[in-house]
Design a binder for this molecule. Sequence first.
Ligand code: ATP
Ligand code: MG
Length: 481
Amino acid sequence: MSPHLPRVLMVEDSAPLSAVYRAYLQSEPFELICVASGQSALAELEQHLPDILLLDLHLPDMSGMDILRHVHEAQLGISTIVMTAHGSVDKVVDAMRLGAHDFIAKPVDAERLKVTLRNTLQFRQLNMLVSRYQNEFQRERFEGFVGASLAMQQIYRTIETAASSRATIFITGESGTGKEVCAEAIHRLSGRKEQEFVALNCAAIPKELMESEIFGHVKGAFTGAVSDRVGAAGRAHGGTLFMDEVCEMDLELQSKLLRFLQTGCFQKVGSSTTECVDVRIVCATNRDPLLEVREGRFREDLYYRLHVIPVHLPPLRERGDDVLRIADKLLLDYAAEEGKPFRRFAEPARQMLLNYPWPGNIRQLQNLIRHVVVLNDGIEVQAEMMPRAMLGESTTPVTLGRPEGPIPSPVRPHQNVTASPIRPLAEVERDAIMQAIAFCIYYIPQAARLLKVSPSTLYRKLQGWQQSAGAMGAAPPKEQE
Ligand SMILES: Nc1ncnc2c1ncn2[C@@H]1O[C@H](COP(=O)(O)OP(=O)(O)OP(=O)(O)O)[C@@H](O)[C@H]1O
Ligand SMILES: [Mg+2]
């Protein structure tokens, strides 16, 4: 309940009637403001919005309908009760069409007036409660996430409640489920957002450089250390240190990390001086950390030190309709970026999105939609525009994938104008790769496995073709197989 009384604005031109109604409502818990003309009603609405408008439709200077229309069109969020002469049903119907909440027939009875006002007020309060709960419990978007599923509501609440503490957060989830989005959300909602968010990918940094990446080094500490360098832990002082792919860390370094977590202090490589920092640790992995512990690849004591607040991001296939919510947003984003008119997915295409298991999760969905947008045209994405492999039973096994980087925009090769059946080897290779990628529904790690190359080889090639296609100018898009 708001601390102030609800405001009721009464618009009634007859002074004696206005006095009678005021007397009726004397002991009601409202703040009652009375005006006698349409103009003064509009002026009052400009000044201070009431909760309820009690409106006589017959006014000396304008029709009450005009005021009602203004309230409706300007979406002032006021509940209006109209007062009409007995029997004017048409007017009531018109008023309801213009958003009136209720009506009272004149002459107004004291009890009827009180009850109508009380009910309207109760209705407003319930409505406000419902929209508050909707905001809190059925959020469709949250700090970079799109998704309204129950599983995601739980994630949003965990992030919100845990963000402000200094406790370590351990994020798990398959590749492309939004672990980095989650880490960034935690940082933004913590009291540390003015300081740095330092992300360190433990899988991408060579083992021998990792210690220096985390803790920094002094000049001359090793060949190539030409000057002092502050590491990630130092840069994150006061902020958040995000250790991504933490299970990939070398065992020896894991013990140094454990010491750092226990004391908050470390030594730069090559230095004997101890430095202490205040950092909040968030870490993530797409592996099963307990399996890593059992198999001896991850220190058990480090695991328990890090595993304070676990956040498990569910795979996309367990988020129900969220796949459609995310797909709709991506379609609009990519259509805008690519200058295409796409607005929505046709029903059969929506079903395909819902039925597919998405082993590469949101990143795979991004890759697929980007390709569909680039390679096609129209307002609606039709089923035929989707990869053919999605039409039948999925041939892609659902496995935990390796991290998948963003795939560059699709290749747009020149059409082959020569009649010769023999094509340059590079072109054959490109076709084989694109075929494999489409076959795997834009899940690059799976395409790489089938082609028996590493995912990074595919990314490199895609990027190269993309660049040369850009250099060649506006080549016609290749038909998607
Ligand atoms: N719920 C979501 N709604 C919209 N976009 C999302 C959502 N979750 C993730 N994304 C987007 O999907 C992409 C992959 O997300 P992110 O990098 O956070 O995943 P990840 O779990 O860290 O993946 P990996 O294990 O491969 O590193 C990003 O572009 C991110 O913005
Ligand atoms: Mg990641």
